[in-house]
Design a protein around this ligand. Sequence first.
Ligand SMILES: NC(=O)c1ccc[n+]([C@@H]2O[C@H](COP(=O)([O-])OP(=O)(O)OC[C@H]3O[C@@H](n4cnc5c(N)ncnc54)[C@H](O)[C@@H]3O)[C@@H](O)[C@H]2O)c1
Length: 252
Amino acid sequence: MTTKNKVAIITGAGSGLGQATAVRMAEEGVNIVVVDVNEKGGNETVEMVKKLGVDSFFIKTDVSKAEEVKNYVDKTVEKYGQIDYFFNNAGISGSGKYFLDTDVEEIEKIVQINLMGALYGVRYVAEVMLKNGSGSIVNTASSAGVIGQDSVVTYSATKHAIAGLTKSMVAEYAKEGLRVNAIAPGPTETPMVKAFYEANPAMKENATKGIPQKRLGTPEEVAELVTFLLTSKAEYINGEVIRIDGGFTNTK
Ligand SMILES: NC(=O)c1ccc[n+]([C@@H]2O[C@H](COP(=O)([O-])OP(=O)(O)OC[C@H]3O[C@@H](n4cnc5c(N)ncnc54)[C@H](O)[C@@H]3O)[C@@H](O)[C@H]2O)c1
């Protein structure tokens, strides 16, 4: 089935994995709704994808606020009347401190953005998709959502929860035409990871050592996987949490 003139919402599309996926999906002719809290990055992505000949607009959103999530869904429906693809991807990593050194405000912030933001997104987007008879969602988990890791306890808890959200949505709605998958990237060279490793340099060396392929992933590699999963090329793949980590979690 063609991807031309389909509509994708991508959260966290102003940077990193979201931006790379916006570009890759635009190459497939998909119109892109760019959602991000960062106006500069969001507008930059809109410009990038428009150059590829698709329609696009930016909706400034803090995904941790349910009413703002509902707003990006409503605005998309107003403009296009449909949502075919949803990359539910916005997230933050946290400070990298051990759990007992982390204050409650940081714990709440990570949960509110990574978990509540993802839940609100699926809640409102899936409703529109099911009204239209089909839709495909990819949620962003992490290798820290597959295995336990130090220095990221809250982050890891939210990313494990993404796997539960993904699988359980399939149990309820696959029969109505919904596909929901998740990706579990290992360390990938995006601005988020660069900033995290700049603050914690020893962790970068450690991370690379622990990856059998001895390098970090690239945003383009992840974008390729997400594009495959979102589109009908992956029509019979549902409820999966697909690792893309150079062998990292499979050798733990
Ligand atoms: N890069 C990695 O190594 C890696 C590995 C595994 C999982 N992930 C996950 O991938 C996703 C994307 O991360 P990235 O590496 O591209 O990071 P990034 O920082 O480059 O991009 C994240 C984007 O999300 C946006 N964002 C943050 N909080 C937001 C909020 N409250 N509302 C709306 N937008 C918000 C940021 O402005 C930014 O544009 C995250 O969920 C992250 O946890 C990343």
